[in-house]
Design a protein around this ligand. Structure first.
Ligand code: M6R
Length: 605
């Protein structure tokens, strides 16, 4: 949460900061601000509530040159959404931007007598004042000293008034990536802000200080000695982070799913089997475990729910799915024989990271499924399986979900093979069905008008129910999340058999019920549940496979997906559910890509 960027070099710093903030805006959009050294080497500060466009418009009226500066786009934690609470914060000689939460800010305020000094309600400004108090002309020494006083998570970029052209940065948990390019040094909370300038970057190691100047980037180890950064390469290009003619990132990302699936699946097929040799995941990881525990948040957790519904009956071992924010405060029943699968698009979600660290402390092997290369979860897990979705910019996750599923399906298939549950032929057939979902998704994308039309009724309602049984229930969880987060329509997913135990009281004339009925095993049961809600006046939107036989008047709207194998129906169903949410948001004239109160990467608790 919060996007941060710093640049120093020969180019126009204000432009780089403002462009970078536009790229990072999905991390938070309550307010935005920049600080830069002007031609007289004085630090200028501009900050505004609202979106980056607001700040850009204001900055366009300021005619001065800058070659070194900081930029921040905020997702509010401490303090309201006001100009004062926007970053950067200034305290004496210190100007800083912060992503994270300083947990002991009250104690620091008291210990450093800051009560009368603070201009904002933020924990970040407290850190700035403490740093100013510790600063005696040696920035690295003062920052190192500051770290001894702080509790919490932080990514800081800092300028000192008497050090024009220099930026210092340090982090704990909150992400920061940096690069030195032929046109200066750049640092940001996220790769998307770096890729217009370079694909070679490094992840700032925790609690190590980096100093950026126009001519040099110096990383210091914890003792203050210079150290060579560990550079990584990313194959994302600028196009991947642009809308490319689509009206919204979300729609573009929905359309990118077939390609993302190919990129994630195809390099991992060898001799007709899933193969993780290049990912350095040995078969022993799959052979030795007697339980699987999946941990994730939000959409990633829903991918885990689908994986559970698929894998437990097949592998015949317990597969448990935990919400990371719950798991991290539990006393989990896991041990060294448990395989813990951690799923995260960003690889930075704080709850997921903390849960993974807890699992490691129990001796469990951790395997992460992550989209962002070099992210903290990827680096700290014992094994990592990268999904290749490219950058996902829209806050609502779409392509990350389907590639997470693809990665999970491949893992399950390999596990079934090495544990003797699948023969070579069965594994090959499974993979072939997985590949079949790509044209099935393309078919659904080519029929997007169906979803566009069906939201007419939906967007006039305040509640929607998604129902399904078995795997269909797991799919419906994601449908409900997608709809509520971007259309603000209250949406709940229910195991269809559970409706009669209370929730059916909410079904009245016209209430939309989206019923997912793709699983042969429970199809007739689900159809009975649909009849029950229909009898109470529900507006039924029914999703089935093409060959499904249902009576003509059962559904108000009936959408059919291609006849894929039941286990793989989630892929074309996901496209429909994503498009329903997208068109509902559009139909209500809402901000599709940046829904209220949310941010892409949840790096605070
Ligand atoms: O980066 P992560 O996959 O760890 O993020 C987890 C959730 O915050 C995320 O999936 C969230 O639920 C999506 N924005 C929903 O569309």
């Amino acid at each position: 949460m919060c996007g941060i960027i710093g640049y120093t070099g020969p180019l126009n710093a204000k432009k780089i900061l403002l462009d970078g903030l536009s790229q990072l805006e999905y991390r938070g959009y309550d307010s935005a601000g920049i600080a830069y050294f002007d031609a007289a080497s004085k630090i200028q500060l501009v900050k505004k509530t609202g979106k980056v466009a607001n700040l850009k418009e204001f900055c366009s009226r300021i005619q001065d040159n800058a070659h070194c500066g900081l930029g921040h786009t905020r997702w509010a934690t401490h303090g309201d959404v006001t100009d004062q609470n926007a970053h950067p914060h200034q305290a004496g000689r210190v100007t800083l931007i912060h992503n994270g939460i300083i947990e002991n800010y009250r104690e620091l305020t008291r210990d450093y007598g800051l009560e009368g000094k603070l201009k904002s309600q933020t924990d970040s400004e407290v850190a700035a004042w403490v740093l100013d108090a510790l600063y005696e002309g040696n920035p690295a020494k003062a920052i190192q000293n500051l770290l001894n006083h702080l509790e919490g998570s932080y990514g800081f970029c800092i300028m000192f008034a008497d050090r024009p052209g220099e930026i210092y940065a340090v982090r704990n948990v909150s992400p920061l990536v940096a690069a030195y390019t032929h046109s200066g040094a750049i640092i940001a909370s996220d790769l998307t802000a770096l890729i217009p300038y370079t694909r070679r970057y490094f992840v700032l190691p925790e609690q190590q200080i980096v100093k950026l100047t126009a001519y040099q980037l110096t990383l210091y180890d914890k003792k203050g000695h210079p150290e060579e950064p560990e550079y990584l390469e990313v194959n994302w290009n600028m196009d991947a982070a642009m809308k490319n003619g689509f009206p919204h990132f979300m729609l573009k990302e929905i359309y990118e799913q077939p390609e993302a699936l190919k990129n994630t699946i195809l390099p991992r097929i060898s001799k007709g089997l899933p193969d993780f040799t290049d990912d350095q995941i040995p078969d022993s990881v799959f052979e030795t475990c007697d339980k699987i525990h999946i941990i994730a948040c939000g959409t990633a957790m829903h991918a885990g729910m689908v994986a559970r519904a698929l894998s437990e009956p097949l592998l015949r071992i317990p597969v448990i799915v935990s919400i990371a924010s719950e798991f991290r405060y539990e006393e989990p029943l896991i041990n060294e024989n448990t395989l813990v699968i951690v799923i995260s698009q960003s690889g930075e979600t704080i709850d997921t990271l903390a849960a993974m660290r807890l699992a490691k402390s129990y001796g469990s092997k951790t395997l992460s499924i992550v989209n962002v290369k070099g992210s903290t979860i990827a680096r700290e897990s014992d094994y990592v399986l990268y999904t290749h979705a490219g950058p996902e910019i829209a806050v609502a996750s779409t392509k990350a979900y389907s590639v997470q599923l693809a990665a999970l399906y491949m893992l399950i298939c390999r596990m079934a093979f090495v544990r003797g549950k699948y023969s070579r032929d069965q594994s090959a057939a499974f993979l072939s069905s997985l590949l079949d979902v790509i044209p099935a998704m393309e078919t659904m994308l080519s029929r997007k008008e169906e979803e566009k039309n069906l939201v007419t009724h939906l967007i006039q309602q305040s509640d929607t129910f998604f129902i399904g049984r078995g795997r269909d229930y797991a799919f419906s969880l994601e449908g409900a999340l997608k709809l509520k987060e971007i259309s603000y329509i209250h949406a709940e997913a229910y195991a269809a058999g559970e409706l009669k135990h209370g929730t059916i009281a909410l079904i009245t004339e016209g209430v939309p019920v989206i019923a997912i009925a793709t699983q042969e095993r429970v199809f007739s049961k689900l159809i009975s549940n649909v009849r029950e809600v229909k009898a109470r006046g529900a507006f039924v939107i029914l999703l089935t496979k093409s060959s499904a036989v249902v009576e003509g008047n059962l559904a108000d709207i009936h959408i059919r997906i291609p006849d894929v194998d039941d286990a793989f129906a989630v892929f074309p169903i996901a496209v429909i559910l994503q498009l329903i949410a997208y068109y509902a948001s559009l139909g209500k004239s809402l901000d599709v890509d940046q829904p209220r109160n949310l941010a892409k990467s949840v790096t605070v608790e």
